[in-house]
Design a protein. Structure first.
Lengths: 111, 111
């Protein structure tokens, strides 16, 4: 599976959009981009995933560049409860066990 | 509601002892995974299974074993616990293209 690079930490004001970047320059054509988050040592929680088209669900939006070498997770209106570690991983699909979560980005939402 | 549970939630053991961590899911998912997470870092894959009687080694499998005798359970065994295995252990399950669902974690301390 391709490796990913994320900034170690980011801050965001409550109510503003949080934009979390991820670089995955060695991604293969059949690999999806997945985003998870982990709140205060709980089990990771799925947020969203995509292959090449932009995706949106009730939690977030995922923007994938045309060359697929990077992506951005957007939380449109961050709340204090969105403070968490956010992980970007790439893999063929959820069926592929050979995936590793990097150190992620610690997002702190401030009042 | 379907869920994934882990037991025990906290465990203290001594070096050299055998320890088994339980993971049980009620989604009837074929795929199950075990990860460890060391303080301040992301998750690393230990073992995974794509179905009954199937087991595969992950990134950090040395010192661990799993068995899959039914769909619902994937117990993780530390044959001879070492201090380096002090960590938080997460179990997850998924089915084909779906995302992984994670359990609440087991905190293991090896003295």
């Amino acid at each position: 599976d391709a490796k990913t690079t994320q900034p170690p930490s980011m801050d965001c004001a409550e109510g503003r959009a949080a934009n979390l970047p991820c670089n995955h320059s060695t991604i293969s054509g059949n690999e999806y981009v997945y985003w998870y988050r982990q709140i205060h040592s709980q089990g990771p929680q799925y947020i969203i995933h995509g292959l090449k088209n932009n995706e949106t669900n009730e939690m977030a939006s995922l923007i994938i560049t045309e060359d697929r070498k990077s992506s951005t997770l957007i939380l449109p209106h961050a709340t204090l409860r969105d403070t968490a570690v956010y992980y970007c991983i790439v893999r063929v699909n959820a069926n592929a066990g050979k995936s590793t979560f990097g150190d992620g980005t610690t997002l702190t939402v401030k009042p | 509601d379907a869920e994934i549970t882990q037991s025990p939630r906290h465990k203290i053991t001594e070096t050299g002892r055998q320890v088994t961590l339980a993971c049980h899911q009620t989604w009837n998912h074929n795929n199950m995974f075990w990860y460890r997470q060391d303080l301040g870092h992301g998750l690393r894959l230990i073992h995974y299974s794509y179905g009954v009687q199937d087991t595969n080694k992950g990134e950090v499998s040395d010192g661990y074993s799993v068995s899959r005798s039914n769909t619902e359970d994937l117990p993780l065994t530390l044959e001879s616990a070492a201090s380096s295995q002090t960590s938080v252990y997460f179990c997850a399950s998924s089915d084909t293209q779906e995302t992984q669902y994670f359990g609440p974690g087991t905190r293991l301390l090896v003295l």
